[in-house]
Design a protein around this ligand. Structure first.
Ligand code: GAP
Length: 459
């Protein structure tokens, strides 16, 4: 299986992902998605949205502001507890996340690090809103998209007439001032999440939790992740967040070169049963219950976030099942799983076997001879017509010989290449080449759209 270094190099070379602010030496923990990366990431988000919103009858979408009233993050518990343990080395003055530094590691100032006791470091990015930068105007960039969903529970309920069970999905940026961002786009300071809060009647929560774990696992596999690279991990009681009744993490094999097999896998998504913790925090007259037992009564919230159940004629606070995925981590997993190197004659072919739905470019139209005007014009016409009729990202390329053009498209995962040649001008047919099998078929131009639709599916 490919390691991270090869993926990083491919991403830079072919324009998937670049270091953020590279022109000025970079900004740690930030990455910019290039021409192919933005297509791939958008396709991941679109595939998720279609699966969890459009293909179900019990979901709504939402898109909330990133800047939030400070009170949201006070009553959610983030101000008080959203921190990682941090240590400093007294010798080299570097800071580390306590669980990510080996105290026996060599210090650049000689011998081992001399580490302080761990202390909490809050991961939220603080800013001020408005022209006066003082304490009363503090706000945060949201550290997760989830809170926007909880505080809009009543708005969505009232405006859609939904009945529990139903869920709300959101995709968007989140920000965490990670102490040690690392491993490419795996742990960064600015990232995107795809989160669902699914509201259920207490008592039905275990069943819904199991259903969501299965559904989310299947989504990755159906989009091409090999099952041997994706594990379900049920958190042990002592690992659970204090508000969670159960959590199953989906772990992808991001680090295949690590010796210890258990350390090869890390979280791409978590599916938690959060009980009624969040709605209790944010409801009028509710309270935040911290891990140490302290209670902070909510004296600011405007609305009750209870649900009126017409069957039982009772109001209650629904339980929440939360499937929470990282867009960047999912994108990385799809890239890693798709990467293959294979011997073709005396050559190594790099091919990204991305699911057609995720492939940044669906079809490339290539002229066999770029200096033949008829061939070139026919190829450009085919490209424009396919694009217009289907909406697929279709490109025209004549910047190299046909062999090289095929390899370029293989390396970026384009499922089909269409070659226009002299026969095209005679009999209105083109060659369609399949990325994975490299098989070529002659197809009439009038049937191209249909031929490709059958093979590209939901793109
Ligand atoms: N609302 C629950 C929540 O945010 P989380 O486990 O902290 O849970 C959910 O985050 C997902 O977001 C993770 O599984 C991961 O894919 C992604 N994620 C979290 N922190 C990240 C970071 N610093 N860089 C990239 N992705 C991150």
């Amino acid at each position: 299986m490919v390691d991270l270094d090869k993926i990083i190099s491919l991403c830079k070379r072919r324009g998937f992902i670049f270091q953020g602010s590279e022109q000025y030496g970079g900004l740690q923990g930030t990455w910019d998605y290039g021409p192919l990366g933005v297509e791939l990431k958008n396709n991941v988000k679109r595939a998720w949205w279609r699966r969890v919103v459009y293909e179900r009858d019990d979901m709504e979408g939402l898109d909330c502001a990133i800047l939030m009233n400070r009170l949201v993050l006070k009553y959610s518990g983030h101000e008080e507890t959203f921190s990682d343990p941090m240590v400093d080395c007294r010798k080299c003055k570097k800071r580390f996340r306590a669980d990510q530094v080996d105290p026996n590691e060599k210090c650049p100032e000689g011998d081992k690090h001399d580490l302080t006791e761990p202390r909490p470091f809050n991961l939220m990015f603080k800013t001020t809103v408005g022209p006066v930068a003082d304490e009363s105007n503090i706000s945060y960039l949201r550290p997760e998209t989830a809170q926007g969903i909880f505080i809009n529970f009543k708005n969505v309920l009232d405006s859609t007439n939904r009945k529990v069970p139903f869920g709300i999905a959101q995709i968007g940026k989140s920000y965490r001032n990670e102490i040690t961002p690392r491993n490419f786009i795996f742990r960064v300071r600015e990232f995107e999440q795809m989160e669902i809060e699914f509201f259920v009647e207490p008592g039905s929560d275990d069943e819904w939790h199991n259903k969501w774990v299965e559904d989310r696992y299947n989504w990755y596999v159906e989009l091409g992740i090999r099952p041997e690279n994706l594990k379900k991990y049920e958190q042990k009681k002592e690992e659970l967040a204090h508000y969670a009744k159960a959590t199953v993490d989906l772990l992808y094999r991001f680090f295949p070169d690590r010796e210890d097999e258990n350390k090869q896998y890390d979280e791409v998504e978590g599916i938690a049963n959060r009980t009624d913790f969040d709605l209790t925090c944010h409801t009028k007259g509710g309270k935040l219950v911290l891990g140490d037992g302290r209670e902070i009564p909510n004296t600011h919230a405007i609305n009750k976030l209870t649900y009126f159940d017409p069957k039982s004629n009772k109001h209650y606070l629904p339980y929440v099942i939360e499937p929470s995925a990282g867009v960047d981590r999912a994108t990385l997993a799809f890239l890693m799983d798709a990467y293959h190197e294979e011997q073709v004659n005396d050559d190594t072919r790099v091919v990204l076997r991305l699911h057609p739905e995720l492939a940044p470019i669906k079809v490339a139209v290539l002229p066999l001879k770029k200096n033949n005007e008829n061939i070139r014009n026919t190829a450009i016409k085919i490209k424009n017509e396919l694009m217009k009729k289907s909406g697929w990202r279709t490109v025209y390329d004549d910047t190299a010989g046909i062999g090289k053009l095929y390899r370029r498209q293989d390396e970026i995962g384009t499922p089909f290449c269409i070659t226009v040649d002299f026969d095209t001008l005679e009999n209105n047919t083109v060659t369609v080449r399949d990325r994975d099998s490299m098989q070529q078929e002659r197809v009439n131009i009038d049937e191209l759209q249909q031929y490709l639709s059958e093979r590209l599916g939901n793109c």
